[in-house]
Design a protein around this ligand. Structure first.
Ligand SMILES: [Mg+2]
Length: 247
């Protein structure tokens, strides 16, 4: 169930990307953000006085390409990177993980349907097309994790992700809320995956609105069945600004 329409001008909106405002697809490179969704984000920016940020596991550069020509405040790699509303970028120091990604490539790279994503401060093994290889992927990821004390394992939907410790989605949402235009507003956070739970905890603690997209167990207080249902709710929340752009 989604909450009743609130007075959006008093709120700040934080949105995960994959599986939350856009549907999951077989390969992360195949995700596209359609013009209607870009219009929706634009409408939310207008109706909140620009207090909208995308909080994703992807790198900031990739998020910018997906949202082009829109440029929004953003946190990437589950909080290891952040760009504030003035455009200043903050990055946690990360070590060179290329040798570890190479280990993963050696173990899994030849498996058709398994895709290894390289990113700053982390790596991810996507096996959506090969659910039969889940255990094999898990073993490989555990082996790599044992080689680096600073890595944590994040179990997502048909993906094992290793990310350097140092920040989570709750930390970056709190960081945005200390600065204009987010400061003093009630946060709304929507996400679909385990990495979003840290964001749900932080926003719940601040008395905000938390929305889980999908069915699995969560600390979020509200739920949307699908990205499409969440987009529909956000459009109603954005009010006239959205109706005009989508029309
Ligand atoms: Mg997600």
């Amino acid at each position: 169930m989604l909450p009743g329409i609130c007075e959006i001008a008093d709120h700040a909106i934080f949105l995960d990307l994959d599986g939350t405002i856009v549907e999951l697809v077989d390969h992360p490179d195949a995700v596209r953000v359609g013009p209607q969704t870009l219009h929706l984000l634009q409408a939310l920016l207008s109706s909140t006085g620009e207090a909208l940020a995308v909080i994703s596991g992807r790198e900031i550069g990739v998020i910018d390409r997906l949202l082009y020509p829109l440029v929004v405040p953003v946190a990437g790699v589950h909080g290891l990177q952040r760009r504030d509303a003035r455009g200043t970028v903050y990055s946690k120091e990360t070590s060179d993980l290329v040798p570890l990604v190479d280990v993963l490539e050696n173990l899994l790279g030849k498996e058709p349907g398994v895709f290894i994503e390289r990113k700053r401060g982390g790596m991810a093994v996507h096996y959506r097309l090969r659910p039969d290889l889940e255990q094999h992927c898990r073993d490989a990821v555990h082996l790599v994790m044992g080689k680096h004390p600073d890595l944590r394992l994040i179990r997502g939907k048909m993906v094992f992700e290793l990310t350097q410790k140092g920040a989570d989605k709750g930390d970056v949402i709190s960081a945005f809320l200390r600065e204009p235009p987010f400061r003093g507003r009630t946060p709304i956070f929507a996400g679909d995956d385990l990495t979003d739970e840290a964001g749900f905890s932080a926003v719940n603690a601040l008395g905000g609105i938390t929305i889980k997209v999908g069915a699995s167990q969560t600390e979020a207080r509200f739920r949307a069945e699908s990205p499409a249902q969440l987009r529909d709710w956000l459009c109603r929340v954005a009010g006239e600004a959205c109706q005009e752009l989508v029309r």
